[in-house]
Ligand binder design. Structure first.
Ligand code: FES
Length: 101
């Protein structure tokens, strides 16, 4: 939910300041009756250049450039179904490195 000013070269996970992704995860998990998963807020995860970032634990699957329209797929495929959404996974080769896209 970290915010930076518009046009900042690193970007940020919450450009509107509305916490939309976290709110959507929370609402949609509740709508599905998923009670053993929490959609926690987070500050900067230092993957800013990779777009809005979401991490699913305990698997430690990192997603980048997550958009509100991706939330349903992450919940259905990964959180409920156990299959990460590969098109959004940040590759290990660039995760937590200075060599981001
Ligand atoms: S602001 Fe989200 S990873 Fe930095």
């Amino acid at each position: 939910m970290n915010q930076r000013e518009p046009g900042h070269p690193r970007g940020c996970c919450d450009p509107t300041g509305q916490g939309e992704l976290q709110r959507l995860f929370k609402i949609k998990l509740a709508q599905r009756g998923v009670k053993n998963v929490r959609a926690n807020k987070s500050g900067c995860l230092d993957q800013c250049e990779l777009g809005p970032t979401v991490v699913v634990y305990p698997e430690a699957v990192w997603y980048g450039s997550v958009k509100p329209e991706d939330v349903d797929e992450i919940i259905e495929s990964h959180i409920i179904g156990g299959t990460p959404v590969s098109r959004l996974v940040i590759p290990d080769a660039i995760l937590n490195t200075t060599h981001k896209k």
